[in-house]
Ligand binder design. Structure first.
Ligand code: DGL
Length: 270
């Protein structure tokens, strides 16, 4: 039995870590498409082709349910996949909705009309592809009115994290926060709309200041997945997990993953 967790690279490990802690009895298979990261500078067709290939590999590993722990794939490819590609007996879910539910203080699946919410000024930090898709704003508009979202495309941050250059990643985060503040001087909340960014959460919080509430996805997705699996227990596939698959160099990726999660992680070739 296993559930698949997909990301373009190492960022989805932040989600994997949270779901493993929340659901210790569920085996997971992780797929990092490190050879093709970052996705955030690719066009939607490219992201769709790479994401569907990865999800097929996870189906082959016995995962009937795959979580796209990647906002870029969730924004650029998920809707198209769900509309015309995912077979009846499989499910692919993204990471956007749990975050928006939390921001708008709604219960999972609450389909009532959009209403006013407490936070009015929200900063969104995400990859260039996620920002240009406007998927976050679209999902938010279904649930909330009167929220001003200022998006900052954080070019270079994913590349730096994938390379393990955390000094460059920190400098880039600080300059992206400065750029955001020039457009929105006083955000009340900030969304880390890329699963790589929780690896830099302390830097975001420090640069934004303590009075800004920083939302990141890992724990929210873990709660939503636990709820989903209670309602759909048959969606835990027959794969045996745990496993870590990568299209990159397994040795290099294992070493970075071990550094990030502070426990031994061993990837094999996808
Ligand atoms: N972790 C991916 C996300 O959440 C990073 C995308 C990329 O590879 O640029 O968007």
């Amino acid at each position: 039995m296993a559930v698949g967790i997909f990301d373009s690279g190492l960022g989805g490990l932040t989600v994997l870590d949270a779901v493993q802690k929340r659901l210790p009895d569920v085996p997971f298979v992780y797929y990092g498409d490190n050879a093709h990261a970052p996705y955030g500078v690719r066009d939607a067709d490219d992201v769709y082709d790479l994401t569907t290939k990865a999800v097929e590999r996870l189906w082959d590993a016995g995962c009937d349910l795959v979580i796209l722990a990647c906002n870029t794939a969730s924004a650029a490819a998920l809707r198209r996949m769900q509309e015309s590609w995912v077979p009846r007996d499989k499910r692919v879910l993204g990471v956007f909705v749990p975050l928006i539910e939390a921001l708008t203080e709604r219960q999972w699946g609450d389909n009532s009309p959009p209403r006013e919410v407490a936070v009015k000024h929200v900063a969104l930090f995400a990859t260039p592809a996620t920002v240009s898709s406007r998927a976050f704003q679209r999902e938010l508009a279904f649930r909330a009115i009167g929220v001003d979202v200022e998006a900052q495309a954080c070019g270079g941050v994913v590349d730096a994290i994938e390379e393990g250059d955390m000094i460059l990643a920190e400098a880039l985060v600080r300059s992206h926060v400065d750029a955001l503040r020039r457009k929105m001087p006083k955000p009340e909340a900030a969304i880390l709309g890329c699963t790589h960014y929780p690896l830099m959460q302390d830097v975001f919080q420090d640069a934004l200041g303590e009075d800004v509430q920083v939302y990141s996805q890992a724990n929210l997705v873990a709660e939503s997945l636990a709820d989903y699996l209670t309602r759909h227990p048959n969606m835990i596939g027959d794969g045996t997990g745990p496993g870590f698959l990568t299209t990159g160099d397994p040795k290099r990726v294992s070493s970075r993953a071990t550094q990030f999660l502070r426990r031994e992680i061993s990837f094999t070739a996808a």
